[in-house]
Ligand binder design. Structure first.
Ligand code: BTN
Length: 247
């Protein structure tokens, strides 16, 4: 890491292009970056609006199989750490892999998101393609109406705003840090601790998939979200999480 860079002014989806490269045997660290996407993909089959001003990047990782489930949290956590170190913006990870700006007062808003696809490649090998979408100088008015009030961009907090090339470098470094940490002997414990330190919403009410409501208690040992319902503790392993106090 970092590996070969493939740049597009415009592409359907950096994620789909990086999946093609991974299937063709691309090594870890190979990445695809674009200025715009025509059909950007988000989690849970949502689309990801991708106008000018955002960073759209997908990187190929080859994580040991038993640690692969940690890739989304590891990348979200390392990105949050890296961006908070470099820029004066209060960030957290909204489980499982949203980057949110958490102002001291007012609602949290989404700065970016992570999408990880695990795919079979040649032979019996596997790869993860980790996609990152970040609003850098994005004009929020260019986003679909339903997401505008819930979105934030780095340029609101960083003056002058960083260039897309600079943010790209930091995202690639964060992906490398996530992969290296996950491979180290204590990698899972390290990522778990780091994620707990930046996890957004502990103590707040949350609703999972529009149905299950409780209070976020933290991150479980296996990376699951702990949700308290009175005396009962639920372990949430997947789903759409709506947290109270997020615009
Ligand atoms: C989410 O929050 O739902 C995850 C969004 C991930 C979007 C990125 S943009 C780069 C890459 N290419 C895609 O089509 N999707 C991911």
């Amino acid at each position: 890491m970092p590996g070969r860079r493939e740049f597009h002014e415009e592409v359907a989806s950096t994620q789909d292009r990086a999946i093609e490269l991974a299937r063709a045997g691309a090594e870890e660290g190979t990445y695809v970056v674009a200025r715009r996407q025509r059909s950007g993909r988000g989690r849970l089959d949502h689309s990801w609006a991708s106008p000018d001003g955002g960073l759209y990047l997908s990187v190929v990782l080859r994580t040991p199989v038993e640690r692969a489930p940690w890739v989304p949290l590891a990348l979200g956590t390392e990105l949050t750490r890296a961006l908070s170190r470099e820029y004066p913006v209060p960030l957290g990870v909204k489980w499982p892999n949203d980057l949110v700006v958490v102002p001291p007062a007012g609602s949290a808003r989404k700065l970016g998101g992570v999408l990880v696809d695990r795919i079979a490649t040649s032979g019996s090998a596997w790869a993860e393609v980790a996609g990152v979408g970040l609003n850098v100088t994005t004009d929020i008015a260019q986003l679909p109406e339903g997401v505008r009030s819930r979105a934030a961009s780095l340029a609101e907090f960083v003056r002058p705003p960083p260039s897309l090339d600079e943010v790209e470098r930091r995202v690639v470094e964060a992906a490398a840090a996530a992969a290296t940490t996950l491979r180290s002997p204590d990698g899972v414990a390290t990522i778990r601790d780091r994620c707990r330190a930046v996890l957004f919403g502990v103590g707040r009410r949350a609703t999972i998939d529009g149905a299950t409501t409780g209070t976020i208690a933290g991150l479980g040992d296996e990376g699951e979200l702990l949700l308290d319902q009175g005396p009962h503790r639920l372990r949430i392993r997947a789903g759409d999480v709506r947290v109270e106090g997020v615009a």
